[in-house]
Design a binder for this molecule. Structure first.
Ligand SMILES: Nc1nc2c(ncn2[C@@H]2O[C@H](COP(=O)(O)OP(=O)(O)OP(=O)(O)O)[C@@H](O)[C@H]2O)c(=O)[nH]1
Ligand SMILES: [K+]
Ligand SMILES: [Mg+2]
Length: 364
């Protein structure tokens, strides 16, 4: 039996099995098996001459955003609208056959936007260009999942499943489980809170399925069997995802309102150029961008040139992004803006900067 068949057998068995206390262990074990086979699928093929894991497009700019969606939802139309690059758009499916990069220039940031071929159900198992598209998605800072607003929620459910099955987790955090493989000593299992989804026996069963007999496992939150499998597998990718519903010029206002209220979702019309400003603003938020301006002593800040950084960075990061060696010679920094208690505040390298702060570096 090939891996794909084994996977489908297990999926069927999981679907058949009623979920209750008595089947809990059996289901946990099946899920572990499933994850194991899927991760075998993810391993790069060793066959010589088999080409095309991903499209070779160099990363550039401050962040990379990958456009993922079914054929003809309007991905290329969006790229051509938001960037100077033109990507052919047409009413037939699979117009785009490769990866086409463009650059969104917004509030001083350069965001690399990747137009990609449409993907369909079965993409993760190699249908269409699915595997290559997914390989590109794994390299992105953000997935922009484009959906056809006239088609309800099916596209979203299907695509999410495709991405899940290859280890991509959208808008979720890595489960808070400490896991360490050991050379001996058996399995030391602990939890810092009451667990409602697994018990020690299930954890052991799952670990044994992975041939792990010596390990330290500490649940720091009430995680599930799936969470544990994600942590053991260690090849999961946690990505932010924005669901962008296009073609709202074709649906009712009630439907627009319903969709726009869903989490991580927003509505646009590329053809009518509706709500695209809000899309850019939201992209900026999701990428956690902030702008920091620099200032030389005795001169006004340079507001034409900002540093694009991520929320939560310190003065040390700011130094690094100006010059590789600057942090080493930092004496202190003067900061103006919302991160400062008074203007200017004299701060050290650990001070966290805010959006639109102005900073002056004083060297030793
Ligand atoms: N009504 C409507 N049609 C749109 C909108 N945006 C794009 N389209 C149309 O949808 C069709 C597909 O657009 P594309 O940009 O080629 O879609 P795609 O997702 O890149 O398609 P593939 O490359 O084939 O995967 C074209 O006929 C577009 O004119 C929109 O906002 N409203
Ligand atoms: K198309
Ligand atoms: Mg296209």
């Amino acid at each position: 039996m090939g891996i794909l068949e084994k996977i489908s057998e297990i999926e069927k068995e999981i679907a058949r099995t009623q979920k209750n206390k008595a089947t809990e262990y059996h289901l946990g074990l099946l899920k572990a098996k499933l994850a194991k086979y899927r991760s075998q699928l993810l391993e790069p093929s060793k066959k010589a001459g088999e080409k095309g894991e991903g499209f070779d497009v160099l990363k550039s700019g401050d962040a990379r955003v990958a456009l993922i969606g079914f054929p003809s939802v309007g991905k290329s139309t969006l790229l051509s609208t938001l960037t100077k690059t033109q990507s052919e758009a047409a009413s037939y499916e699979f117009t785009t056959l490769t990866c086409i990069p463009g650059v969104i220039e917004y509030k001083g940031a350069n965001i690399q936007l990747l137009d990609l071929p449409g993907i369909i159900e079965g993409a993760s198992q190699g249908k269409g260009r699915g595997k290559q598209v997914i390989a590109v998605a794994r390299t992105a800072d953000l997935v922009l999942m484009m959906l056809d607003a006239t088609k309800g929620d099916v596209q979203k459910t299907l695509l999410q499943k495709e991405l899940e099955s290859v280890g991509i987790r959208l808008n979720t955090k890595k489960p808070n489980i400490y896991f360490k493989h050991k050379k001996g000593g058996g399995i030391a299992f602990n939890a810092v809170c009451p667990l409602t989804k697994v018990d020690e026996k299930l954890v052991q069963l799952i670990l044994h399925e992975y041939k792990i007999f010596n390990a330290e496992v500490l649940f720091r939150e009430d995680c599930s069997a799936d969470d544990l499998i994600d942590v053991i597998s260690d090849n999961r990718i946690y990505l932010s995802c924005l669901y962008v519903y296009n073609k709202i010029d074709q649906i009712s206002l009630e439907e627009v309102n319903r969709i726009a209220r869903q989490p991580h979702s927003l509505v646009v019309s590329c053809n009518m150029k509706l709500n695209l400003d809000y899309l850019l603003e939201t992209l900026w938020e999701y990428l956690s961008f902030i702008r920091v301006y620099t200032k030389k002593p005795g001169q006004p800040p340079d507001f034409n040139d900002c540093l694009i950084l991520r929320r939560g960075v310190s003065v040390e990061h700011v130094c690094h992004s100006i010059h590789r060696t600057l942090a080493q010679v930092l004496k202190y920094a003067l900061v103006w803006g919302t991160s400062a208690k008074f203007n200017p505040q004299r701060v050290g390298s650990h001070h966290i900067v805010h959006d639109e702060d102005v900073i002056q570096i004083v060297k030793k």
